[in-house]
Write a protein that binds this ligand. Structure first.
Ligand code: COA
Length: 330
């Protein structure tokens, strides 16, 4: 039996910065090639924030667009959740700056630190608040400004990531079957070291030597994450489908985290769901971490591929390792 949704998506939006950096541009600063990046990952370009742009600027822009699409005002919101690991400041939360930029004074605003899974974690939490009646209109934003967290001496990692923001507004379901049918989230802390920013916290306060060794930048064991990603994205998606009371045959679209086209292709094979029905934008934006799902979702909605009433699987995995999946009837 199909699950009965408690919350539904009222509007989507996204923002990507104007500065486009191609693989050929990176060839000039990193020992790499367009051919290697495109073949190994599917990425051809990524967008980087302007020097005077900060994370909350991008998040607020995406949030405004999602509110506009929902036909709502800032005053209608009663919560802001931001999935990010690259906020404006280590403290306070990025959501605080977003709240201030939107003029949403007084409502709770907080960050979720689940890296690339941050958006799926965010809608899971918002869905619960709406299901219990504790909130009626929640803005969930996935945003990252990762170009400032790259170690340009680590060619395996620095070519992968980009900047951007995506957002959805969630409100109560109307009883017509449309909405969040299921969510499933997971973490395996034994793999914390596979993808991390090792310096800058209580474990390793930053020193001049640490800065020199780029301990405040993203460090990743790519091949370790690669294998886990295929396995866990498939299992979480299968569990979310089961909880929603659907099979993959009944899905219309998949919006998977855009980390690597080879990962997405293998998940498509394992789910038995055609790659043509995945909303892909990795070629244009690279890996925008928590922003990748809401950006792709909004693109699919705006260009008319994703239609009202269709069923969409969202799935993501990132540092933690944290991962999750959700089924949405749009
Ligand atoms: N340009 C050219 N060559 C590069 C390169 C680059 N940017 N980066 C690595 N290489 C080289 C390596 O030095 C290595 O050379 P060698 O065989 O002579 O030693 C070779 O390419 C293969 O490197 P490897 O790290 O094994 O590549 P890979 O096929 O595993 O691809 C990733 C690397 C990072 C693209 C891939 O592992 C990945 O996508 N991992 C998962 C990322 C992810 O999902 N993250 C989670 C969410 S954020």
């Amino acid at each position: 039996m199909t699950a009965v949704p408690k919350s539904r998506i009222l509007g989507t939006g996204h923002y990507t910065p104007a500065r486009v950096v191609s693989n050929f541009d990176l060839e000039k600063v990193v020992d790499t090639s367009d051919a290697w990046i495109a073949e190994r990952t599917g990425i051809r370009r990524r967008h980087y924030a302007a020097d005077d742009e900060v994370t909350s600027d991008m998040a607020a822009a995406a949030g405004r667009q999602a509110l506009e699409a929902a036909g709502l005002n800032v005053a209608d919101l009663d919560m802001i959740i931001v999935g990010t690991i690259s906020g404006d400041t280590p403290m306070p939360a990025c959501a605080v700056h977003v709240q201030q930029k939107l003029g949403a004074d007084g409502i709770p605003a907080f960050d979720i630190s689940a890296a690339c899974a941050g958006f799926v974690y965010g809608i899971t939490i918002a869905d619960q608040f709406i299901a219990t009646g504790a909130a009626t209109c929640v803005l969930i934003i996935g945003v990252e400004l990762l170009s400032r967290l790259m170690n340009w001496q680590d060619r395996t990692t620095c070519v992968l990531f980009g900047d951007g923001a995506g957002a959805v507004v969630l409100g109560p379901a109307k009883g017509d079957g449309r909405g969040i049918l299921s969510t499933r989230i997971f973490t395996d802390g034994s793999l914390a070291g596979a993808l991390q920013i090792p310096g800058g916290g209580s474990n390793e306060p930053l020193t001049a030597e640490g800065l020199e060794r780029k301990r405040n930048k993203v460090h990743m064991s790519g091949s370790e994450v690669f294998k886990v990603a295929i396995k866990n994205l498939t299992s979480a998606s299968t569990l979310a489908l089961k909880a929603a009371g659907l099979t993959s045959k009944e899905l219309d679209w998949v919006v998977a985290h855009q980390a690597n086209l080879r990962i997405i292709t293998q998940v498509s094979d394992r789910l038995g769901f055609p790659l043509e029905k995945f909303i892909l934008n990795i070629e244009e934006y690279g890996n925008t971490s928590s922003a990748s799902i809401p950006i792709a979702l909004d693109e699919g909605v705006r260009d008319g591929r994703i239609q009202p009433g269709q069923s969409v699987l969202l799935c993501a995995l990132g540092a933690g390792i944290s991962w999750g999946a959700a089924i949405v009837r749009m």
